[in-house]
Design a protein around this ligand. Structure first.
Ligand SMILES: [Zn+2]
Length: 243
């Protein structure tokens, strides 16, 4: 695998009966992870760029022989060919990435997937600036109108998603404009769970997991022990999304 491939973190959780659940790390895996119940333990994690690759590594880890699949989509890389040379959306979860249509430096999603894309962009430490609506003719020409400018909003993702629920949207494609959040850590140098020092690698890992959205950062040890699924002290929300 080349170093430019998109890697998605997968985690193996064991429930109290020691049964395995292999999930995508972070909020995307929350529903599946919750099924493992209280007392679950993080047994292992692996970075992979397809479902097939994750399962293959998992089979090796558990000495189960070779993983085989009859689903072609299992083999599909999480990378989308060619995206990287234009607009890099490789930091997005695979489902959101594959729905994107990249037009030069702009990214569009089908209307039905746009809210999910907004959430994923926000989850990965980006600031949503605005939405445009595009409507294509059969010959490929299109008109585009500015739909929502949320750059001054207190809660840009919610404002953007609310604008998508209007019934008078004049097209089927949503162009999302965003910018990377500058230094979301605000200078924090310690782990939110054990207060030990963060390293660049654990900060990157925390961003990849989506912890950045909760302004939370975990050290290597708390990440590998699965400690981050517990609500950190002083967190101000209702339900910790990584539980
Ligand atoms: Zn820690």
């Amino acid at each position: 695998m080349g170093s430019g491939d998109l890697l998605v973190i997968h985690e193996l959780w064991m429930d109290q009966e020691r049964l395995d659940t292999l999930v995508i790390a972070g909020p995307l895996g929350s529903d599946a992870r919750r099924l493992a119940g209280a007392g679950k333990q993080l047994a292992w994690s692996v970075d992979a760029n397809s479902h097939f690759e994750a399962m293959t590594e998992y089979y090796v880890f558990r000495n189960r022989g070779a993983f085989e699949t009859s689903h072609d989509w299992d083999l599909t890389s999480y990378d989308v060919n060619g995206l990287r040379t234009r607009l890099d959306v490789s930091f997005l979860p695979p489902g959101v990435q594959s729905g994107a249509v990249i037009d030069g430096a702009e990214a569009l999603w089908p209307l039905a997937e746009a809210a999910h894309a907004v959430t994923a962009l926000d989850d990965t430490g980006n600031r949503i600036l605005g939405l445009d609506v595009r409507d294509y003719d059969v010959d490929g020409t299109f008109f585009e109108i500015s739909w929502a400018d949320v750059s001054e909003s207190d809660d840009p993702p919610s404002a953007a998603i609310a604008s998508l629920t209007r019934s008078d949207i004049p097209g089927d494609w949503i162009l999302i404009t965003w910018t990377r959040q500058p230094n979301p850590r605000g200078g924090q140098t310690y782990c939110d769970w054990c207060h030990s020092n963060l390293r660049d690698a654990s900060v990157e890992r925390s961003v990849a997991l989506g912890l950045v959205r909760e302004y939370s950062w975990a050290c290597d040890q708390c990440l590998s022990a699965g400690e981050y699924v517990n609500t950190p002290d002083g967190w101000g929300g209702d339900v910790w999304p990584f539980a």
